[in-house]
Design a protein around this ligand. Structure first.
Ligand code: NAD
Length: 346
């Protein structure tokens, strides 16, 4: 298994491997860059098919966190952890405690948080062994779940993108297609509904779409039909890689603004969107509400300061859109450049 020559390595500062024989924990923590502050990023638990796959995932994800925190103007670097195992069958208190010991052993260079396969409750368990488990503050408004703040940030960002591309002063009558009305998507739908937007939604769980139809008057479409809707904005809030060779030609929307991670299947899809004059709000910029929330939970900032910080996502996007227009460069490429200017300079 190659580390330094791994194609996802990209100058990582620190990659640590940990095995605890008693609990069966096998985990990797990757710290990409700490120029701006300690590396914060989620801890994913997944039954990876191989150690190579786990390493690639953790390297890729931790690098992404450096860019995300830099763009969100947080004093944080980028890191990530993976636990190799099935979160439904192999997660025990002993395993989470061992993970806490692993995080603690890095002395605060890495701060962990919930991610796919781990929960706020798991972070509390990990936090019994380390001071560096984020998003577990008792009495916080939503019990440590960052989704409500992610949804609010996505709403702010969607509004900024729609105003920029469509010139609308408010969202009254704006048509928005949302793919995935789960934790983030449903809350985003609620904000949009309250602002007067008309919604079309899809989800693989009929309960979720039924709730959006019942409570928000959303139109429901099945499966992939969400890509064909005659809407102003497409908001991906489910899966990654949904902007690809197959879907781009189907989209009628002039704006893509949603919370899903890794929306572009490949980098050149950003160029395709640009040439079709579809304004793309880079995913890691618009969905940064969650990490901003975790940061404020850790540092004890006020609710007002948190809200103001999340609202700055709109200004950041406008800065990206302006530079992309001036330089004829895809918005995702511009976002990466701005992030690099920040964390490399620091
Ligand atoms: P979630 O699991 O609660 O919601 C996702 C929804 O998408 C579910 O309802 C699921 O049924 C639906 N879905 C899955 N496949 C689908 C498909 N093919 N078509 C339509 N719907 C489909 O997850 P979430 O927390 O709401 O996160 C949504 C997205 O936002 C994910 O990509 C996640 O990585 C990203 N994100 C979330 C946060 C956060 O704070 N929760 C932060 C940043 C990014």
């Amino acid at each position: 298994m190659s580390v330094f020559s791994n194609s996802a390595f990209d100058g990582h500062e620190h990659v640590a491997f940990y095995h605890d024989a008693k609990s069966g924990l096998k985990a990797i923590i990757a710290i990409h860059n700490t120029n701006l502050g300690p590396a914060l990023g989620g801890c994913r638990m997944w039954p990876y098919a191989s150690d190579e796959e786990a390493l690639r995932d953790v390297l890729r994800l931790s690098r992404g966190m450096t860019y995300k925190s830099a763009m969100a103007n947080l004093k944080l670097g980028g890191g990530k952890a993976v636990i190799i195992g099935n979160h439904r069958t192999q997660k025990t208190d002993a395993l989470l405690h061992a993970m806490g010991d692993f995080v603690e052993s890095l002395g605060g260079r890495y701060i962990t948080a919930e991610d796919s396969g781990t929960s706020v409750a798991d972070m509390k368990k990990i936090g019994e062994r380390t001071a560096y488990a984020g998003g577990v503050v008792e009495g916080s408004e939503h019990g440590g779940d960052p989704s409500p703040t992610t949804a609010y940030g996505t709403f702010v960002g969607l509004k900024a993108a729609a105003q920029y591309r469509l010139g609308c002063s408010d969202l009254q009558g704006l048509k928005v297609a949302i793919q995935g009305v789960g934790n983030v998507g449903f809350r985003l739908a609620k904000y949009l509904h309250e602002a007067g937007a008309q919604l079309v939604v899809s989800d693989i769980f009929p309960d979720n779409t039924a709730r959006a139809a019942r409570e928000l008057g959303a139109q429901v479409v099945e499966g992939d039909a969400i890509f064909d809707q005659p809407v102003d904005v497409f908001a991906p809030c489910a899966l990654g890689a949904i902007i690809n060779d197959e879907t781009i030609g189907r989209l009628k929307a002039k704006v893509i603004a949603g919370a899903a991670n890794n929306q572009l299947a490949e980098e050149h899809h950003g160029e395709m969107l640009q040439s079709r004059e579809i304004l793309y709000a880079p995913d890691y910029v618009i969905n940064a509400g969650g990490i901003i929330d975790v940061y404020y939970q850790r540092t004890g900032g006020s609710a007002e300061a948190l809200k103001a910080h999340v609202e700055s996502i709109g200004d950041t996007l406008v800065q990206i859109f302006d530079r992309a227009a001036q330089t004829h460069t895809p918005t995702g490429v511009v976002a990466n450049k701005i992030a690099e200017e920040r964390f490399l300079k620091a």
